[in-house]
Design a protein around this ligand. Sequence first.
Ligand SMILES: [Zn+2]
Length: 112
Amino acid sequence: MQQFIRRKTDDRRDQELYGGLIRLHILHHAGKGPVFGLWFIEELARHGYKLSPGTLYPLLHGLEGKGYLQSVIERSGKRSRRVYRATPLGCKVLAAAKGKVSELFGELLEDV
Ligand SMILES: [Zn+2]
């Protein structure tokens, strides 16, 4: 139990560190086409980030609130889900971030 609590705390701390990367990752995929919450959770897990819906959805809402993402409810039969796309502003911000990430990437890996 003690260990579990420590791991959760560590995860939360790491998540803060990686928050920007996760946001950029979301913008990257939402810029390529429509995506939805569960897809992101699986995609981010593939990259080694374990996000719960309770963590992901506030990130999505935050990006939408800033005008970087736009969402619509899509219905197919009885099911419906919220689908996200990057806005032109989101694409512009992502393009600017790519330069910064690329520069940081080069520096981080300089000594490797
Ligand atoms: Zn990805």
